[in-house]
Design a protein around this ligand. Structure first.
Ligand code: UDP
Ligand code: MG
Length: 332
């Protein structure tokens, strides 16, 4: 993984924000908060992180009791803060909203799922890597327990396909990731309408490290990614970082044109069979549609960027959160 800059050791104790996007997570939130609070308190007690560290939940327009539970958690612990979006902005935009909120209050953030799939026990090891001078620490999945065969197989295929296309996405990294304030500031310069954060992070060019973990199964509730939204995310991933499909189709078109020309010359004067003609027409039509579809994916992305619509709206905030250096800056 690219570590283009010189590593610089960081001063102890830094302020950590855990950023957790939540969409209809009423079933698991209390348990998640309990586990995360235990890890945060242990790290604060040993002086690994500063006392202004927080857990920042982002309610991504949930329709269930998610916000109500967050309000309750906020009352019972000063470490809990939350950001509520007006409507469902999608996982990536919700996470981005949280990171943008956190970047002015902390020295580092760790983003993770609300469902405890990303093991909280890994957090101290990621923080250690930050102090060693890494601005980004990726948690790489060694295994994915409790996820369906389709999900595992499609994820396996997706990361390898992306690598083959020359995309920057690190293999088997989800969004369980530590980012320094500097890295988040660099990320804030990307104004993409549908960001694919796991692909953008390596583009920032900061020193980075990895920790390896076994991904657990979702503790409660169901995945918020349907097969359709997973496919959409995969297309976003490809189209955001690679023009290879267009080049591929282009060269395939040239190849087909040459082959067809050669075949016509070769069979000149012979009586063609109806089946061959039909087969050829269908194959060619399929190829043309595929080409238009591939181009269309990029056009859709261009259209989204051109309209430049806001990606999310903040409805309210919960908790008094302020970080950075002692007294130097208040969050709000
Ligand atoms: N999520 C979100 N908005 C959405 C979909 C998901 O904030 O529109 C959150 C969700 O609550 C979870 C994280 O994003 O914390 C990842 O989603 P999920 O765990 O359902 O995905 P999976 O791990 O199954 O890929
Ligand atoms: Mg999950």
């Amino acid at each position: 993984m690219g570590s283009k800059e010189q590593k610089r050791e960081k001063a102890l104790p830094a302020v950590l924000y855990l950023v957790i996007p939540c969409f209809n997570e009423e079933e698991v939130l209390e348990e998640t908060a309990r586990e995360l609070l235990a890890v945060m308190t242990a790290m604060t007690d040993t002086g690994l992180i500063g006392p202004k560290s927080r857990i920042l939940f982002v309610d991504d327009g949930s329709m269930d009791r998610t916000w109500e539970i967050l309000e309750k958690l906020g009352k019972s612990s000063p470490l809990v803060s939350a950001l509520r979006l007006r409507a469902n902005a999608g996982h990536q935009n919700a996470l981005y909203a949280g990171l943008m909120e956190a970047k002015d209050c902390c020295h580092m953030s760790i983003s993770m799922d609300a469902d405890l799939q990303d093991d909280p026990a890994l957090i101290p090891a990621m923080v250690e890597k930050f102090y060693e001078g890494n601005d980004i620490v990726y948690a790489v999945r060694k295994s994915r327990r409790g996820e369906g065969l389709f999900k595992r197989a499609s994820a396996f295929g997706f990361y390898r396909f992306m690598k083959a296309l020359g995309g920057p996405m690190p293999k088997d990294c989800g969004d369980f990731r530590l980012m320094s304030r500097e890295a988040m500031e660099a990320l804030s310069l990307f104004g993409e309408n549908r960001p694919v954060l796991r692909g953008l992070a390596p583009l920032l060019g900061f020193p980075s490290a990895q920790v390896i973990f076994d991904r657990r199964s979702r503790r409660r509730g169901r995945s918020k990614y349907s097969v359709k939204s997973m496919m959409r995310f995969a297309v976003d991933g490809v189209v955001s970082f690679s023009a290879a499909p267009i080049h591929l189709i282009f060269f395939l078109g040239i190849g087909l044109f040459l082959a067809a020309g050669g075949y016509l010359l070769y069979t000149a004067g012979r009586e063609p069979g109806v089946r061959q003609i039909l087969g050829t027409i269908w194959a060619a039509a399929g190829l043309v549609l595929m080409g238009i579809g591939a181009v269309g994916q990029y056009v859709v992305r261009i259209w989204r960027e051109v309209t430049g619509r806001p990606r999310y709206f903040v409805r309210e905030r919960l908790g008094e959160y302020a970080g950075g250096d002692e007294g130097e800056e208040e969050c709000r």
